[in-house]
Design a binder for this molecule. Structure first.
Ligand SMILES: NC(=O)c1ccc[n+]([C@@H]2O[C@H](COP(=O)([O-])OP(=O)(O)OC[C@H]3O[C@@H](n4cnc5c(N)ncnc54)[C@H](O)[C@@H]3O)[C@@H](O)[C@H]2O)c1
Length: 341
């Protein structure tokens, strides 16, 4: 395709506006959509050249639209993604891919049937600190991994009022927020076979779901892992994550301007490990521009999606296994979807 792709963004929140900015840089921001007139007008003031509509189906039926970015409440992801794919358009859908692993499988089935492309917006894979840490691990700088941990520490007290779609018994905090930490660990350590989890409900008593979950994960090769996800914690938002290897350790997060690397002395000396190396990184915990650029590049080159539908669905499958475990008190084997042939 030589002309710039016409991409529409569905949903116009602050998060969606970061996607609009990314689309404007990497492609043509053809249109924006929101069923709230106030939200739509506010976003249109920032992106006045884009068309507007209140019903996303106007873009589904518009032959000029090449692709859609879905940034609406999670319970719309299946419906909207399927509609665009069936209309012959490619889709970048926000995380979590959907509310259940069954819905994720349906989305994968539609992708398979239509032959269109679906990417999931697991933003940690575009976060500078996590990318730097991932590079160090895959380059072997910390030796063989043996333990990985990540946390999603957030306070959703603000998520009331117009944001109240988050307060929904179908949206467990471990899917909505914990999926970030689960996806990060899967990116670094692979698909965990089994999960064991405990949850409690002490910080947001008026929410319909547990607000804190701790999950232990059994990764391939005997690597162990832990995810802590809390949506009511009284502290600043962060995703502190630590990757432990036989020759070193990386400490990273999505809100600091550096990561810390501890490593064995390659000369065989014995470093005291009291101070790590501080490696500077950009702070950008919603790097939607990098995500959109990767999506458009993969479409242009007809390559694999950088975060495929399998990746999004596998992350939800792990989250669902953790929720099941916290209810039953038993370890749960993760039921992964089939990868596309
Ligand atoms: N990657 C990240 O770090 C990140 C951060 C925030 C949100 N998200 C995800 O993005 C999605 C949206 O979250 P948000 O924070 O933007 O929510 P939000 O509530 O701030 O905004 C949602 C917008 O969608 C609009 N909307 C609702 N139903 C619609 C419909 N049927 N048609 C058109 N517009 C509709 C609402 O009016 C609102 O403007 C969710 O899936 C969420 O999990 C991801």
């Amino acid at each position: 395709m030589s002309k710039k792709r016409n991409i529409v963004v569905i949903g116009t929140s602050k998060m969606a506006q970061l996607h609009m900015e990314g689309v404007r840089k990497a492609a043509n921001l053809y249109g924006i959509c929101d069923n709230s007139p106030e939200q739509l007008a506010a976003a249109h003031a920032l992106f006045p050249d884009a068309k507007t509509c209140a019903d996303y189906r106007d873009y589904v039926n518009d032959p000029a639209v090449d692709a859609a970015v879905i940034v609406t409440p999670d319970y719309y992801h299946l419906e909207m993604t399927a509609a665009f794919l069936r209309a012959g358009k490619d889709v970048l859908c926000e995380k979590p891919m959907a509310l259940t692993d069954g819905e994720c499988r349906e989305m994968m089935a539609v992708e398979r049937e239509t032959g269109r492309k679906l990417m999931i917006g697991q933003i940690c894979r575009c976060t500078p600190g996590f990318m730097a840490a991932h590079d160090l691990v895959t380059a072997g700088r910390i030796g063989e991994l043996y333990f990985v941990e990540s946390e999603y520490a957030h306070n959703y007290d603000h998520a009331k009022g117009y944001n109240n779609w988050r307060v929904d018994p179908r949206r467990h905090a471990f899917i909505g927020g914990g999926c970030h930490a689960v996806d990060l660990l899967r990116w670094v350590a692979g698909d965990p076979e089994e999960v064991f989890a405990y949850s409690n409900h002490k910080c947001l008593p008026d929410w319909p779901v547990d607000d804190c979950t701790v999950a232990l994960l059994k990764f391939p090769g005997g690597v162990t892992g832990k995810v802590f996800a809390s949506i009511g914690c009284k502290r600043n938002y962060t995703m502190r994550s630590v990757f432990y290897g036989t020759r070193g350790t990386v400490i990273c997060d999505n809100t600091s301007d550096h990561i810390t690397l501890f490593e064995d002395d390659p000369q065989g000396g014995k470093p005291p490990f009291t101070e790590g190396q501080i490696l500077p990184v950009d702070v950008n915990n919603h790097n939607a521009t990098a995500e959109i650029e990767a999506f458009v590049k993969a479409l242009n080159e007809e390559g694999e999606m950088p975060v495929s539908s399998y990746e999004g669905a596998a992350t939800v499958a792990v989250c669902c296994a953790a929720m099941e475990s916290s209810k039953t008190g038993l370890p749960v084997r993760v039921r992964y979807p089939e990868k596309h042939a």
